[in-house]
Write a protein that binds this ligand. Structure first.
Ligand code: HSE
Length: 430
């Protein structure tokens, strides 16, 4: 049987998963491909380090150039990540390999988001760029957009595509704990990074959404186009009110067509308990897609981790080997640059607003009057406490434009009976 050699750059979480899968399942994979996939070289920083997988010493190397430019290695898997937040090394290795006509696989969303156009244009005939693992880890969402839904006009995507934040929000609502307490617990258990900003502030989800929306809508969407708000201001009290009103709170990544524009946003969102995304708990990810032909569709699974992400990368290795044997490239990705990204202040939503106020007659009326002045219509309101100072009052609005809502919030904040606006959460209708 023929052997297809693979060069693996990096043996961290993702690299170890790929090594394990391609070795543990090598017979089945060889039968499917019609050739044996062999990881011939593995680039590491320190060959003496203890690892989760056992790789023969002779396979390990510290010579990146030797792997990338080896003519006997037609498939390169980039799994070095972004050491020190720097994408340059990964980009440079990938560019050299692509220019040498190789098939290059990555699960590195930052590299793709920052250098995607340059990388795509470096693909030569006979080579290819694959990145199933870059969005939602083990969930095969990239292929679904590129292949299974290719006949659709994708209308919208709503995703829970960050496991850390979903884990935190799930535990807060299940255990009645505050954000800081759950975050500390998640860090102690290794579910959250010691520097959690990339996850809790929504950066990770914004990178993934930019990639997904680019594939789904066929436009070159940059991470800067995505409006972003994280979960660190969500209080347990908000989750309790949300539950009472019939909603779960999730960090949603949303991409939607609206005429010739696209809306792109990552923010905490209240979704009705009956929506399939509301039951996605813990560290799981899910992507809810609406296509003009297929209707509604949801993909669910583990969005990160050694084996789930390894599964996506291994599938790309198999795809690349198939293409190599048939001497074809994967279909080229055509992207138009001409899309209008809707500015946030034009977007519309329903809103949940919790205001901390002095509890005395006329306060509700004063706040309601600010909403009215700004053309925001109130759907319902709740006040529970009595006599505390301050007390929470909660408003849920009808659909309103963000610009009008910000105008209303400015007016409310300036009222002398208002201590502060504790939370504003967008509400997705069913
Ligand atoms: N940190 C991410 C998450 C996984 O929590 O989902 C890597 O993108």
């Amino acid at each position: 049987m023929d052997v297809v050699k693979i060069g693996l750059l990096g043996l961290g979480n993702v690299g170890s998963g790929v090594w394990k899968i391609l070795n543990d399942n090598s017979d089945e994979i060889a039968t499917k491909v019609g050739a044996r996939l062999e990881i011939a070289r593995v680039l590491v920083h320190n060959p003496d380090k203890q690892r989760r997988v056992s790789v023969p010493r002779g396979v390990l190397t510290t010579d990146a150039e030797g792997v990338v430019s080896d003519p006997d290695i037609p498939i390169i898997v980039e799994a070095i990540g972004c050491p020190g937040q720097d994408t340059t090394l990964a980009r440079d290795y990938m560019l050299s390999a692509l220019r040498a006509g190789k098939h290059v696989i990555t699960a590195n969303k930052e590299v793709l988001a920052r250098h995607g156009r340059e990388l795509r244009s470096a693909v030569t005939d006979g080579g290819g760029l694959y990145y199933e693992g870059a969005v939602a880890g083990g969930i095969p969402v990239v292929k679904v957009f590129k292949e299974a839904l290719a006949g659709n006009r994708v209308l919208s995507i709503m995703g829970i595509i960050n496991g850390t934040t979903n884990y935190i929000l799930t535990r807060m609502s299940q255990e009645g704990s505050d954000f800081e307490e759950v975050l500390r617990m998640a860090q102690a258990l290794g579910y959250a990074e010691q520097d959690p900003a990339s996850d809790v502030d929504g950066h990770d989800a914004a990178y993934k959404l930019a990639l997904l929306a680019s594939i789904a809508f066929g436009h070159d969407i940059q991470v800067e186009d995505v409006f972003r708000e994280g979960i660190s201001r969500i209080k347990l009290e908000d989750l309790c009110y949300a539950a009472e009103l019939g909603y779960a709170v999730k960090l949603l990544a949303i991409a939607r067509r609206d005429g010739d524009s696209v809306e792109l946003a990552v923010h905490p969102t209240m979704i009705p308990h009956g929506h399939p995304l509301a039951s996605v708990g813990g560290a799981f990810n899910a992507v809810f897609i609406r296509g003009d032909a297929v209707g509604d569709l949801m993909l669910y699974g583990m969005g990160a981790g050694m084996m789930p992400t390894g599964s996506a990368v291994a599938a790309d290795c198999i795809d690349a080997a198939h293409n190599l044997i048939r001497r074809v490239s994967p279909p080229r990705e055509v992207r138009s640059n001409h899309v209008r990204v809707k500015p946030m202040d034009e977007m519309e939503s329903r809103y949940y607003v919790r205001v901390l106020v002095v509890d005395r007659p006329g306060v509700m009326a004063a706040i309601a009057s600010e909403f009215g002045r700004a053309q925001v219509s109130i759907e319902s309101l709740i006040q529970k406490g009595r006599g505390q100072d301050p007390v929470s009052v909660v408003f849920v609005t009808h659909r309103a434009c963000e610009r009008h809502m910000q105008d209303a919030l400015r007016g409310i904040r300036a009222l002398d009976v208002v201590h502060s606006i504790a939370s504003v959460i967008r509400v997705e209708a069913d």
